[in-house]
Design a protein around this ligand. Sequence first.
Ligand code: B12
Length: 212
Amino acid sequence: MLDAEKFYTGISQGNMDEVRRLTQEALDRGETAETILQEGLLPAMDRVGVQFKNNEIYIPEVLIASRAMTAGTGILKPILSKSNGPKAAKIIMGTVKGDLHDIGKNLVLMLMEGSGFDVVDLGVDVSTEKFIEAIKQHQPQVVGMSALLTTTMQEIKNTLDTIQEQGLRKQTKVIIGGAPVTEQYAKKIGADGFASDAASAVDCVKGLLGMR
Ligand code: B12
């Protein structure tokens, strides 16, 4: 059993060493990386998110909590992104312009990599121009865009429209996600796929590429 409370304490206090230790200890006990993520790290970050929303904590606390979260996911990365066999397809992904949130995007990329995809991480605050340039350079089968702010969601549409205008949609499927993004929004702007979490994102891409 995972002690979710300990993960919460470590993350909320920004204690990177403690979160690394708890993560490693759970792995050593035989817990799977998925369980540690779903029952330890993610619920802790959710609680931090609620406190942030309620103005009980502020940006500096959220920032140190997200660093501690990343310390934990860093331990899981080699496991989540380990895959055998040939690369399935190429996927590039970035967080849209004006948006610096990357924990969710990074998780999606880790699981994609672990499912055999060749991944290219464009980072955060990625402009439409940078997405277009990267599509031309890498020729990916899938482009992923992440947005965590209602104010930056519009950037997804702007970039999608430009990808369309430049005739790059024929070769590239576009999937989108992030806390404020919904299936309905994805449909409205004409994206090929949406997923609310990293595991569903892998399923969504496999479906789009006819791999299921
Ligand atoms: C951590 C955090 C931060 C950190 C980010 C650190 C980092 N390296 O990412 C810091 C402190 C920098 C930050 C800053 C800000 N933040 Co902030 N932040 C959060 C917080 C608490 C957690 C986000 C997170 O990492 N969640 C965990 C991950 C795993 O979940 P996720 O991102 O949703 O990703 C999953 C899915 O959405 C999906 N997914 C994600 N991307 C993609 C992409 C694709 C293609 C697919 C298919 C799926 C997918 O899969 C992921 C894995 O399961 C949220 C609260 C919340 N509950 O979301 C607020 C939140 C997103 N932030 C918020 C705000 C307002 C801000 C600031 C504007 C605050 C300010 N006043 O300055 C700034 C903006 C900075 C900027 N320009 O981006 C608001 C947004 C409100 C809104 N609706 O617009 C939130 C919702 C908090 C709140 N309730 O008020 N933040």
